[in-house]
Design a binder for this molecule. Structure first.
Ligand code: FES
Length: 118
């Protein structure tokens, strides 16, 4: 009797842990209207490249050059928060305050963006 209860406890301990798949987010690129779904946490730079769009980048996405500035048309609150380091790079490289650095901004929800050279 007791060994049966012990076996049951062992089985309960081995129960599979539910897998929490990362949420997907839709990134839309204007003016083309191209869009794709990416895992939450993907940078806008990686999303644009995956969509086949050119992205300026002279620093290898290290957040230094300020070339990857994009305008967020919709869903700004669905991006990672802008850090002081990102703001400093934008100031130093004369990136408009309203833009985000695509290599620093990570998606956490649906967003729509554009760049002057798309
Ligand atoms: S690629 Fe250089 S700052 Fe984003």
């Amino acid at each position: 009797m007791q060994s049966g209860a012990r076996s049951k406890r062992r089985l309960e301990r081995r129960a599979p842990v539910p897998y929490a798949a990362p949420m997907d987010a839709r990134v839309r690129f204007e003016p083309s209207g191209r869009s794709l779904r990416v895992p939450e946490g993907t940078s806008l730079l990686d999303a644009a490249r995956e969509a086949g769009l050119p992205m300026a980048s002279a620093c290898g996405a290290d957040g230094i050059c300020g070339r990857c500035g994009v305008e967020v048309l919709d869903g700004a609150s669905a991006l990672s928060l802008e850090t002081e380091a990102e703001r400093a790079v934008k100031r130093r490289n004369r990136v408009p305050e309203a833009e985000r650095l695509a290599c620093r901004a990570q998606v956490a929800g649906d967003v729509s963006i554009t760049a002057t050279y798309w």
